[in-house]
Structures are given as C-alpha cells and as structure tokens.
Write a protein that binds this ligand. Structure first.
Ligand SMILES: C[S@@+](CC[C@H](N)C(=O)[O-])C[C@H]1O[C@@H](n2cnc3c(N)ncnc32)[C@H](O)[C@@H]1O
Length: 208
C-alpha cells in the first residue's frame, strides 16, 4: 500500500532491517513505523540528548532512535533472552557506546543506577503497569522533558467497542482505559493523545 508516511526518511541500516525482520518473524512486539517517526521527530525538535526506555525487547526501538539522532539511551529489559539478544544486536550495530541495557525489572530497579535526568522517557513495557512506570520514572524527567507512552488503544480494543470474552484480556483493557483517564486528568502534566500506531500519548510536566 502507498502510504504518505513512506515519504518520511528515517535511517535504517542493513543490520537494523535484519533486526526488524527477525522481530516480525519471531513475534517480538516492536514499535510501529508511525510511532518511531513520532519519536524521532520529538527527539529532533526538542534536541533530546538522553533517553530512558522502559522495555527494550531486542533493541529495535533503541537502535532506531540512536541511528536517527545523537542521543544516548538507557533502556531496561527484564526478560533475559530479550536482553541477551538486545546486547548482541546493539553490538552488531556498533552502538554499545551509546545504548546501555539494564537486565532488570523496571518496577524494582534501583533508580540510583540511572542518570539523574532524561529529556525523553519512552514507556513501552507491561501494559498493565503503565501507571507504576509513570509514577516511578517521571521524577527523572529533565526540565521540559517529555514522556511518550505506546499502545494506549491496545490493538484497537480500548476504544474499539469490540466485545472481549477472555477475562484476562478484558481486565488488561480495563486497566489501560483507567490509566488513560488518570493520565488525562493529571493536573501537573499536560498530555496529548494520538491515534498513531496503536494509540500513544506525549506528556510534559507543567512548569510551576
Ligand atoms: C513491546 S516490547 C518493547 C519493544 C521495544 N521498545 C521496541 O519497540 O523494539 C515490551 C518489552 O518490555 C519488557 N518488559 C515488560 N515488563 C517489564 C518490566 N517490568 N521491566 C522491564 N522490562 C519489561 C518485555 O519483556 C518486552 O520485551
């Protein structure tokens, strides 16, 4: 299909395309092209220097952000197999000086291991835990920094009026809807929601 977004000129190295193919082949969830374009646009507009990512998977989004900017990235992945694959992929792309992967659970990682502040925090891990991630990591935002959160419409199910029979899925979708509402009413942050990719939001702390 011919999409207007095909006119965007994101950089993809040969190795990055191999990583993307592998992720798609093996059903590893990775960021959509649209959300990636939004991330790169934001990184450039805000001249982002430091990024914190929650949810590395096999490194596709962090490598993409690194290739398309000058930012340094800290990224957290709890799954050991994904972590090992991410380390291998980052090494293959010669980006180990700029991307640091922590094999930790983001909910329990010691914040002292991370930098004091990040210009952009990308939340892309367990969808039932988004509020906990937001509350834990938002104090790490630098002045005027932003948080970007992916999958807020979870495969179109949160706002799709589609009957869901599976109990666990139903509970997850309800949690995401509650998180979205909570985020939209959060007075200390200015938040915008977009139907980009699987639904995403960008949030910036209001300056007192
Ligand atoms: C959607 S994938 C990340 C995709 C990646 N950002 C990309 O676009 O290439 C989500 C990842 O988050 C990891 N994850 C989920 N909950 C986590 C947690 N509490 N701490 C660290 N990683 C977590 C999962 O193991 C999975 O690899």
């Amino acid at each position: 299909m011919n999409k207007i977004t095909s006119l965007n000129k994101l950089k993809y190295s040969e190795n990055l395309l191999l990583i993307k193919e592998k992720a798609l082949r093996e059903d590893v969830p990775i960021v959509s092209d649209d959300v990636l374009t939004y991330l790169v646009k934001t990184i450039k507009l805000l001249e982002v220097k430091n990024i914190l990512e929650i949810g590395t998977a096999i490194g596709y989004s962090s490598i993409s952000m690194a290739i398309n900017s000058v930012a340094n990235i800290d990224t957290i992945e709890r799954n050991e197999a994904n972590f090992n694959q991410a380390i291998e992929n980052i090494r293959m792309c010669k980006l180990n000086e700029r991307i640091k992967v922590f094999n930790e659970d983001a909910l329990t990682i010691d914040l002292k291991l991370l930098k004091d502040h990040y210009d952009l925090i990308f939340i892309d891990a367990a969808k039932a835990q988004m509020r906990k991630f937001f509350e834990k990591f938002s104090p790490k935002l630098s002045f005027n920094g932003v948080i970007i959160i992916d999958n807020l419409n979870f495969h179109g199910l949160v706002y799709g009026n589609i009957p869901i029979k599976n109990k666990n899925l139903k509970s997850l979708v309800r949690k995401i809807a509650e998180f979205n509402l909570w985020l939209s009413q959060k007075e200390d942050f200015e938040t915008y929601f977009f139907s980009i990719g699987d639904g995403m939001a960008i949030c910036r702390k209001k300056n007192e």
